[in-house]
Ligand binder design. Structure first.
Ligand code: ACO
Length: 307
């Protein structure tokens, strides 16, 4: 039965079809999916914090409504992803414990502070732009529930990216001080955004196996390049200069050349030593504790309905 399951799994991957929750799968495949999906879910939920800080300070009712809706979308993405992890047998309460105890990761990018309202626009434009580059291929990842969750997530991320660009576009047509604010925010976020794609391919321990299983469809460096190629023309339209002296079009390669992010900084931030790591995790832990009564009420309601 084991050999039959394994053969079917290998055929499914080779035929580029989806593995579903009840199918046999190697334990290492299950473990890598739980690792990646949980980390992805945690990123969506922790990612609510840097922008959420600006909801009460948004400069107009329109901007407040947009930001509020966007931050709620991120909560929804976290929920689909925790749901996908549960189809692999993961326990959601345990995933949350692993996050707050530092046993599971979340994206490095959310450990940087949001210092001005321009950061809200830059997160939409650059950070959500990077998320789209990374996540559109995941709509075809080999595990069915993860792939299907990504379809809706990517549609919403595209909307988020456009709203970020539109905010920056408006600010760039505003006062000199607003333009300076946008440029300063772009300078701060550019390199951390490039780090979101992970270490370079040669230093990415999970890539080879995840690509063989078609969990990942492109390497970290391929996606980083795709993001730079997509973003440079947008920066030109916007009228901002990306802070990289090595950035230039390479006609032979048909891609932009660009400088290397500081991967030592990425390693430090992943290890917990970024500007806001402690604050982000503390706040997540506090929100979880403060929400205990909601979980208790949901359990009591389910028990009364005999579920
Ligand atoms: N932030 C935090 N951890 C990272 C980052 C990052 N930017 N990049 C890599 N890592 C971690 C990896 O998770 C891995 O650690 P682990 O083995 O404990 O999980 C380690 O660094 C080495 O990296 P890789 O071997 O390259 O890991 P992997 O093959 O999983 O690739 C990647 C990393 C590209 C982030 C992949 O997991 C992925 O595509 N995840 C789904 C997308 C995602 O999580 N997005 C969240 C941010 S975007 C958003 O939500 C707006």
């Amino acid at each position: 039965e084991f050999a039959e399951g394994q053969a079917r799994f290998e055929e499914t991957i080779a035929a580029d079809q989806r593995v579903e929750p009840r199918d046999w799968m190697p334990e290492a495949y299950r473990a890598t999916l739980v690792r990646q999906i949980a980390q992805h879910a945690h990123s969506e939920i922790i990612g609510m914090q840097p922008e959420g800080e600006w909801i009460t300070r948004a400069p107009s009712l329109r901007r407040k409504a947009i930001l509020w809706a966007k931050v709620q979308d991120e909560a929804g993405h976290g929920l689909y992803l925790y749901g996908a992890a549960e189809t692999l047998g993961a326990d959601r309460a345990e995933l949350t414990r692993a996050l707050v105890e530092g046993r599971q990761k979340y994206s490095s990018i959310f450990n940087y502070p949001t210092l001005t309202f321009a950061d809200v626009g830059v997160i939409g434009w650059l950070v959500d732009g990077a998320a789209i580059c990374n996540q559109v291929p995941l709509c075809r990842t080999s595990y069915g529930p993860y792939a299907r969750a990504m379809v809706r997530v990517c549609k919403e991320e595209s909307f988020h990216q456009r709203q970020g660009f539109e905010l920056l576009w408006t600010m760039m047509r505003g006062t000199r001080a607003q333009r300076a604010m946008v440029r300063e925010a772009v300078d701060r976020w550019w390199w951390p955004t490039l780090m979101m794609f992970g270490p370079p391919d040669a230093a990415s321990p999970n890539s080879a196996r995840s690509m063989a299983w078609r969990v990942k469809r492109h390497s970290n460096d391929e996606l980083r390049q795709r993001f730079v190629d997509m973003t440079v023309p947008q920066a030109e339209r916007l009228g901002v200069t990306l802070p990289d002296e090595r950035l230039r079009w390479n006609p032979e390669r048909g891609h932009y050349d660009f400088g290397a992010p500081d991967f030592a900084e990425l390693a430090r931030v992943i290890a917990g030593d970024g500007p806001c790591n402690a604050e982000r995790v503390r706040r997540r832990a506090a929100a979880h504790e403060e929400g205990a009564w909601v979980r208790a009420a949901a359990r009591a309601h389910a028990a009364r309905r005999g579920e």
